[in-house]
Write a protein that binds this ligand. Structure first.
Ligand SMILES: Cc1cc2nc3c(=O)[nH]c(=O)nc-3n(C[C@H](O)[C@H](O)[C@H](O)COP(=O)(O)OP(=O)(O)OC[C@H]3O[C@@H](n4cnc5c(N)ncnc54)[C@H](O)[C@@H]3O)c2cc1C
Length: 396
């Protein structure tokens, strides 16, 4: 499914309307990331905070005509987030709610943990964090150094120690999910719900060139005490709550992250259309090529979203789409500069911001090299039959 059905078209129209209200604040948030909290009342941010909550916990879904939306499927998210990222990627990433941590809680949490997490999100617009990356372990999260140590006294608290870096909304979040090691081996991982007010929890901002609204930060965990009921998935078998389970969850998230590259590329393309009223023939051709590249990547992403909605282990399509989308965002934003001459970055601050934002897509949810490894492992598993068939020698 790559063309939108009427239901998703309706969602797209609503998202586009909300996104238009975000756009005027893009440069303000770029200059001052804290401005995100001042614009959190905008429907695109406030409403999204109360979405991405499973139906059993969400009494206030988005209702458009006779259709109800929870923004829980990858197919809905790619439609919605393209519009948000096209308006402003930093603001979209800086919106309240549980866009990433909520997916983990939904997949691994017990009934009580879900009530705790989603109940707090519904009470009022609240930011959350998803703390996986570390200063020395970004791509190789498997070797993370953060530890969750079991209590010596069975009734006592567990303890978290370590440093997480490049965590979105770190300084403004009230709670979130921290990923840690509980011991060696493939089952020695745990994800836990952590309250930012717990003693030993501290954050410092990380300055970034782009997506400043995302409020990236470092989280230090110094003997942070954790009640046993805050460890996600304790009710599940170890093989259902460890790294393999996380990877399935990340597959669900990947199309929505990847589509942000399409949103940024589209913003640059639309900027050229709006600001250059007359174009030479060669420029028109270049612009048409940009438009085609955006449309092709969008189709790829929608197909990848449908694939993970159908089977959450089918993340290799989304990996291919994520790598394509990161490259698209960089190429299209840089190509857009060429339409405005040598002073483009100074004279067109919005375009300059888009170029800086585009660079971040490469790093979110795994770099292109890591996505290529995902595609390759999919190939080895025979997950791309038509392509594989063309590579194999035919019998004659
Ligand atoms: C806007 C933004 C938001 C983010 N939000 C979050 C968040 O909310 N939570 C969170 O936990 N993290 C977040 N991150 C961090 C992100 O997940 C990491 O930046 C990413 O995983 C890469 O890790 P790294 O920066 O340490 O780079 P590294 O892993 O050090 O990679 C550096 C380079 O080495 C290459 N490389 C690494 N390993 C291999 C390999 N095995 N084979 C080939 N090449 C390799 C990479 O492709 C890359 O080019 C965010 C990042 C950005 C930019």
């Amino acid at each position: 499914m790559t063309e939108l059905d009427p239901r998703l078209r309706r969602l797209q129209a609503q998202a586009r309307e909300w996104a238009a209200e975000m756009r005027p604040y893009a440069l303000e948030v770029d200059a001052d990331p804290d401005a995100v909290t001042r614009v959190a009342h905008l429907p695109a941010l406030a409403r999204v905070a109360a979405l991405q909550i499973p139906p059993e916990f969400n009494p206030e879904p988005l209702v458009l005509g006779d259709q109800t939306y929870y923004l829980m499927s990858a197919s809905e998210r790619v439609v919605f987030f393209e519009e948000g990222a096209c308006a402003d990627l930093g603001m979209m990433l800086g919106s309240p709610g549980g866009p990433m941590s909520g997916v983990v809680v939904d997949a691994l949490g017990s009934q009580e943990q879900k009530e705790w997490f989603f109940g707090r999100l519904l009470a009022r617009p609240t930011w959350t964090f998803f703390a996986l990356s570390e200063p020395e372990h970004g791509s190789d999260a498997v070797n993370m150094a953060t530890t969750l140590t079991a209590p010596s006294d069975p009734d006592g608290p567990a303890r978290l120690n370590g440093v997480k870096r490049y965590v979105g909304n770190a300084g403004r979040a009230e709670f979130g999910v921290v990923f840690a090691r509980t011991g060696p081996g493939p089952l020695g991982f745990a994800a836990a719900l952590v309250d930012a007010s717990t003693p030993g929890f501290a954050t410092t901002p990380v300055r970034t060139i782009g997506v400043r609204g995302a409020g990236l930060g470092e989280i230090t965990l110094n003997d942070v005490e954790l009640a046993p009921d805050r460890v996600l998935g304790a009710h599940l078998r170890p093989s259902r709550r460890g790294m393999a389970a996380w990877l399935r969850t990340f597959n669900l998230l990947r199309p929505a992250v990847a589509v942000m590259g399409v949103g940024v590329a589209r913003a640059a393309y639309e900027y050229v259309l709006a600001e250059r009223s007359s174009l030479r023939a060669t420029e028109r051709l270049r612009l048409e090529r940009m438009e085609r590249a955006i449309a092709t990547t969008r189709r790829m992403l929608r197909a990848a979203a449908a694939a993970v909605d159908h089977d959450p282990s089918a993340g290799h399509f989304a990996s291919a789409a994520k790598a394509t989308s990161a490259r698209l965002a960089e190429r299209v934003t840089l190509a857009a500069l060429d339409f405005f001459g040598p002073g483009a970055r100074l004279e067109h601050p919005l375009l300059d911001k888009l170029v800086r934002d585009a660079g971040s897509v490469e790093y979110m949810e795994g770099t292109s090299n890591i996505q290529r490894l995902g595609v390759f492992s999919g190939l080895l598993r025979g997950a791309f039959p038509p392509l594989q068939a063309t590579l194999l020698p035919t019998e004659s």
